[in-house]
Write a protein that binds this ligand. Structure first.
Ligand code: H79
Length: 418
């Protein structure tokens, strides 16, 4: 069994989508190209000989790995996942396998090396995104039918054995400990090759986790669809990758940032259901993380600094069949955390139905202030009621006011009486 606790306890990671496409910012010939800015080569129909010219002017002098890792930590993230190679096939690290890589740009530095060193130094887990199936630069990689023959006529195994697999081996050999390999869009990749990929990862770094998008359920944890949060809790380890605006790669036009309140609520929903949130930033062509992202993540980080106990190291909450309009629940051991996103009006009361637990003490997590609470049984509805009286509604309540309920035991059930 692989060492998974770091992942299950982390609950929050930073995804970094960065590549040649970041220079274009989602715009081609003056027009905004819809869908992911990291897919612009395909979505705008740019021939490879044009797209690869981006390499000749890629010089992200503002990229500062130490600062990126410092920020990720300040934002409360416990791991980062960096796009070493996305669907365009361009390696953002020093690869000896293919010269289509960042060492052959004016920049001539290896950002993955710098990130790996900083993660090690600052104590953050490093994950690596690698597009194992799609590669729009390799004649036999999946996806580029504009420059190369149709997918059906390609020698995919040749691409796989001569580029993808050797590059994955480089990544797992040259960058120290890698916490996880993040594969994507396997589409119709043959099962034997997925198994071969998995075996190669496991042979080089036996504790390196593999995400579900390796395909055929060969991963160590389940990857939900992009931006998808399941409706019900899911017991085994899982993760939702999420955008902060509406694209992964940098866009110079998309300013649809989620608000801090939205990000915190998505995070809490994911954690309530037992998963991890991998939240994305897309640095620009110079290596700057957009101000709009930083502003939101700073706020979320400040909230986590005070309320992190209700997130890190928590376990999922069993399916809760009643609607809590005020918010969501997380839990750790004997503690339940009630996350109040919609602060009630007078009498400032929140209700949790059918908690079959005796509660000992209720406090506000941020201040430790003790709160009045009641536990009763409602005959007509055959329903237990746990009510908490919050302090008078502040003028500007926290994005998420966390109430901590210390229970008598760690057993948790929301079943009404039979
Ligand atoms: O790396 C990020 C995305 O680039 C990647 N997954 C996350 C983590 C991703 N790959 N595929 N998708 C997301 C789904 C993409 C569907 C579409 Fe399209 C691609 C919509 C627009 C571009 C297919 C091609 C449909 C329209 C054009």
């Amino acid at each position: 069994m692989k060492e998974m606790n770091w992942f299950s306890d982390a609950h929050y990671g930073l995804f970094i989508h960065w590549g040649l496409y970041s220079l274009m910012g989602g715009v081609h010939e003056g027009k905004e190209i819809p869908y992911g800015a990291e897919w612009i080569q395909k979505n705008a129909g740019i021939p490879l000989h044009e797209y690869r010219k981006l390499a000749a002017r890629f010089n992200p002098v503002k990229f500062d790995a130490a600062e990126v890792v410092r920020r990720a930590k300040k934002w409360g993230m416990k791991y980062i996942v960096f796009t070493a190679k996305h669907v365009d096939g361009f390696a953002m690290y020093d690869s000896k396998v293919s010269s289509y890589n960042i060492m052959h740009t004016p920049y001539r530095q290896d950002p993955l090396r710098a990130l790996a060193d900083e993660c090690e130094k600052q104590g953050l887990m490093l994950g690596i995104y690698y597009s194992q199936n799609q590669d729009w630069e390799d004649p036999n990689g999946w996806g580029n039918e504009l420059d190369f023959p149709p997918n059906s006529e390609k020698d995919f195994a040749k691409y796989f054995h001569e580029k993808a697999l050797p590059q994955v081996k480089e990544l797992l050999t040259n960058y120290g400990k890698v916490g996880l390999m993040w594969f994507d869009t396997p589409y119709s990749m043959p099962k034997e090759l997925c198994e071969e990929l998995r075996a190669a990862v496991n042979a080089l770094q036996p504790n390196c986790l593999i995400n579900g998008r390796i395909g055929y359920n060969l991963g160590d944890y389940r990857e939900m669809a992009d931006n998808e949060i399941p409706v019900l809790p899911y017991e085994k380890p899982w993760e939702t990758p999420m955008t902060l605006n509406q694209t992964w790669g940098y866009s110079s036009v998309d300013e649809h940032w989620k608000s801090p309140a939205e990000v915190i609520e998505r995070l809490v929903e994911v954690v309530e259901k037992g998963g991890n949130l991998l939240l994305n930033v897309g640095p620009d062509g110079l290596g700057n993380i957009p101000e709009g992202s930083c502003a939101v993540l700073d706020e979320v980080g400040a909230w986590l600094e005070k309320n992190g106990e209700s997130i890190y190291g928590t376990a999922g909450v069993p399916a809760f069949p009643y609607q809590n309009r005020w918010g969501h629940i997380t839990r750790k051991g004997t503690r339940l955390y009630l996350h109040v996103f919609r602060y009630p009006d007078f009498p400032y009361e929140i209700l949790l139905c059918n908690l079959r637990q005796k509660v000992r003490k209720v406090t506000l997590l941020e201040t430790g202030e003790a709160l009045t609470f009641y536990q009763s049984y409602e005959i007509g509805r055959n329903e237990y009621r746990f009510r908490v009286i919050l302090p008078e509604k502040p003028e500007r309540p926290s994005w998420d006011t966390v109430v901590c309920a210390e229970c008598e035991s760690a057993e948790l059930s929301f079943e009404p009486l039979a």
